[in-house]
Design a protein around this ligand. Structure first.
Ligand SMILES: Cc1cc2nc3c(=O)[nH]c(=O)nc-3n(C[C@H](O)[C@H](O)[C@H](O)COP(=O)(O)OP(=O)(O)OC[C@H]3O[C@@H](n4cnc5c(N)ncnc54)[C@H](O)[C@@H]3O)c2cc1C
Length: 459
């Protein structure tokens, strides 16, 4: 199969073989629309006069994932199943490690198409599958606007170095692949898989951390819900995006991060919808595209090129040095992870942020920054602060365990940032103060907003 599209990469040196179907092993891009990996699988299946099967491996062994994450993901998979049925395509979800499930389903495949994930586990699965599959495996990179290796060939220092590199390519990649209709249906094929009609039954079969409750009342998973939210954002909030991006008492943000994390919406589709929106000023649209493309894809660049993206050692040398110089500074407040998770510090703004995260699975970006900075200030050492911040981040956020999680937490400790004036504990790493919140936004209204929301959930 000739490859000229930079989103596509051949992963092994096998051939297309005689098989019963073309397999799209779906793992990252959990959607049936605007999914270039699915489109390529259908295109190739039509060429080979074969049906397409979409396969998904449901593992309960993914580090740090819990009931909250799994319910959201399963809601999304039900949406995928329903949409695929309308296209005549069967979704087969099997319990097991994704690579093992892909290899099982790959035994009858003429060709396997997969999508791209950037974290350690996602990359290991794909490497094993490419090595062991009996057929040709091709990957299609559909969850970034600009493919990571095209945007830059190295770990970028900061947004200012990444921005000109990625911007050069945006025009070429900001287009959707043409959806293709499958010629051969696969719905009648007898391939065993989980029945997704009852999510509770599927969840009951998984060996999960059940201590973190689902947030279905606030965030329902799936492409349909992502599309509904996007429509609402474009109609009601994009107009205020530039002015209110750092105003956590407002809701003038898109809340797209959980949907992007699970691949339930395409970033290309999202970027096009904002670029072409009738609402908002140029500053609103440009501001949004800066976050969605430059900042989000800088995080992908970080995770892709930095092997230790989830360890303290991923921090730049200047940050590690200055934090080490101040590691012995006295701390006025010191809190354990338990006290932090219980939102019982002396700081009402921080506690509100923690409650928002714990009970809703989400937090406004401005408060995420403050939340992380205070954990650094209130921990016994910067290393301990890093581990605590990442652990709580990935436990409660629906969008946790994402490249953005690792880059966001590392930013708190100086990654992708510059040195500032030296001060206790932080050294030259950027500091944030409660008085800054009071000056720059209506922080009391934020606390009220969170309390109202949490009360609403409990009643
Ligand atoms: C300490 C800390 C931890 C974070 N943890 C996570 C995390 O676990 N998962 C996660 O997805 N994001 C994380 N972020 C980044 C950011 O806060 C969220 O992506 C954003 O708040 C999501 O809200 P939204 O979708 O409404 O954003 P919008 O403002 O509507 O922006 C649209 C999209 O742009 C991207 N984006 C927005 N802000 C940023 C940013 N600062 N950096 C990178 N991309 C951005 C996101 O993909 C977002 O969905 C973290 C940031 C910090 C400082």
């Amino acid at each position: 199969m000739p490859v000229t599209n930079p989103r596509i990469k051949v992963r092994n040196d096998r051939e297309i073989v005689a098989g019963e179907y073309v397999l799209y092993w779906m793992q990252q891009s959990q959607r049936a629309e605007h999914n270039p990996a699915l489109d390529i699988a259908i295109q190739e299946a039509n060429r080979l006069h074969l049906p397409v099967i979409v396969g998904f491996g449901l593992t309960d062994a993914y580090p740090e994932a819990n009931l909250r994450h799994y319910r959201f993901m399963l809601e999304g998979l039900v949406d995928v199943k329903d949409r695929l049925i309308k296209m005549g395509i069967q979704l087969v979800v099997r319990m097991g490690s994704p690579d093992r499930v892909a290899l099982e389903l790959g035994q009858q495949a003429a060709l396997m198409v997969c999508d791209v994930g950037y974290t350690r586990y996602q990359r290991q699965w794909r490497w094993r599958v490419a090595k062991q599959a009996p057929c040709l495996v091709v990957q299609v990179e559909g969850d970034v606007v600009v493919p990571v290796a095209v945007a830059s060939a190295k770990a970028e220092y900061a947004a200012r170095t990444f921005r000109p590199r990625v911007k050069k390519h945006i025009h070429d990649f900001l287009r959707l692949s043409r959806p293709v209709k499958p010629q051969q249906p696969s719905l009648g094929m007898e391939i065993h898989g989980l029945d997704l009609n009852d999510i509770d039954t599927v969840l009951s079969k998984l060996d999960l951390d059940r201590s973190v409750e689902p947030v279905t009342g606030l965030f329902k998973g799936g492409t349909s819900e992502a599309n509904r939210r996007l429509k609402n954002f474009l109609g009601q909030h994009l107009d205020h995006y530039d002015a209110n991006r750092n105003q956590p008492q407002t809701d003038d943000i898109s809340h797209m991060s959980p949907y992007l994390h699970f691949g339930q919406i395409s970033p290309v589709r999202l970027a096009l919808a904002v670029r072409d929106a009738k609402s908002g000023q140029a500053s609103d649209r440009d501001g949004y595209l800066e976050e969605l493309i430059v900042r989000r894809e800088l995080a992908v660049n970080f995770v892709y090129y930095e092997k230790e993206y989830d360890r303290y050692t991923c921090l730049p040398a200047w940050a590690q040095k200055t934090l080490a110089e101040h590691a012995g500074d006295p701390r006025e407040y010191k809190y354990s992870q338990d006290v932090l998770e219980a939102a019982q510090t002396h700081d009402p703004y921080w506690n509100a942020a923690m409650r928002e995260m714990k009970h809703t699975g989400f937090m406004h970006n401005y408060m995420r920054m403050y939340w992380g900075k205070k954990i650094l200030e209130w921990s016994g050492s910067p290393e301990q602060a890093f581990a605590t911040t990442l652990s709580i981040n990935n436990k409660y956020f629906l969008d946790g365990r994402d490249p953005n999680s690792y880059a966001g937490v590392a930013w708190v400790f100086g990654k992708h940032d510059r040195a500032w004036f030296e001060r206790p504990i932080f050294g030259k790493v950027r500091y944030m103060a409660a008085s800054g919140l009071e000056r720059k936004c209506d922080i009391k209204a934020y606390v009220e907003k969170v309390d109202g929301r949490v009360r609403g959930l409990k009643s």
